[in-house]
Write a protein that binds this ligand. Sequence first.
Ligand code: MG
Length: 180
Amino acid sequence: MKNKQKKQTLFYPSELISSTYRIDFERLYAEGWRGIIFDIDNTLVPHGAPADERAIRLFRRLKKIGFECCLVSNNKKPRVEMFNKEIQVHMVWLAHKPLSAGYRKAIKEMGTQEHNTLVIGDQIFTDLWGGSFLGLKTILVLPINPKEEIQIVLKRILERPILWLYRHSQYYSNEHELPG
Ligand SMILES: [Mg+2]
């Protein structure tokens, strides 16, 4: 049973939430979570952006709650440092996610444990797999920047088979009539 659960969490996030900024961090702390590993790009700010007011406020709140936080990015040192300038939390750059070394380093830096550390990111294969592999709780969020585009892409993918069925059905007409 335990193995089965582990297998499932490797492929699926523990939770899916629309935005990092909608996560109930107070509840997570009350549940016993103490360390948070954050992806930066599209998880906290649009790709390549510095920390904005919303991000600064979030980390102020997280520190007040009592969380240890670590930014874990595959990006280079200057990008991570630039984001962290007004945030001031732990950092791991060139993390080579989803390999687990970067996550282990983050846990060590934060002084937390695998059983009370969670991972938040916008990409299953990059951000979450490495965390799942170590048995960490993972939260998948929708990417900040191309949110609208992704919704459109998803809709188009979902639309495709429906349009195909429609075009091959008795309702379809070349005269662009709506099915009655
Ligand atoms: Mg990202």
